[in-house]
Design a protein around this ligand. Sequence first.
Ligand SMILES: [Mn+2]
Length: 243
Amino acid sequence: MYDHIYVIGDIHGMYYRLQGILDKLEYGEKDLLIFLGDYVDRGEYCLKCLDVVYDMVKSGKAVALKGNHERMMEWYFAKHDIAGAKTGIDEETEGWLYCGGSNTYDDLKRYYEKNGSIEKYLDFVKELPPVMSLNNKVFFSHSGFNVKKKMKGEELSEDDYLWNRDGFLGDYDEEAVWYVGHTPVQYILQEGEEVKPMSLENNIVMMDTGSYLSNGCISAMDILTNKLYRSNVAHYKMKKSNF
Ligand SMILES: [Mn+2]
């Protein structure tokens, strides 16, 4: 059994906030740490964040699930070579660059020019699982799941765990608890309300606290105790010159 089971919401290239939250968690060999996806895009340090997650997964310290932004990165590089030009050739690949992927692309390009290949990152992202559960009582995925599709008895694909918003948050109606990222709590908070993970009445816990927003942070929760951890909002203002 675990001493702690930490679940961590969206990161989006916010390296200082990621370090801020990891510094606050006490975790060792008897703990489980679950990242809910969206490590890259939007923030200034996309590859640095992916590196942190990569190293923790490879050393057995964490489980990382796939986010829709990792999925977009995967789609882009299924059709493009990093050696070529930075451009989209259709809505799907163009979309990634405009959804914050441009920053990730630039980091990967720099890495490619120095190291000759980005396969390590592409393979890692491709193999991230979309969903996991503990005893079928508690589930984790980036965006919940496609409720309508499940109700029709259709088999769920990887993408059915990555993109849902209102359709999951509003329609989910089962006993199991789902921890999700993807939709920042700012999406439903009233003005002036505190930014922190939200437990909804229908057994959903929203962990995305808008890591890349000026009033946002990265959040973690120990699901065994419901203890919350939040990164320092001030980390938002730190610039590249701090390296
Ligand atoms: Mn996200």
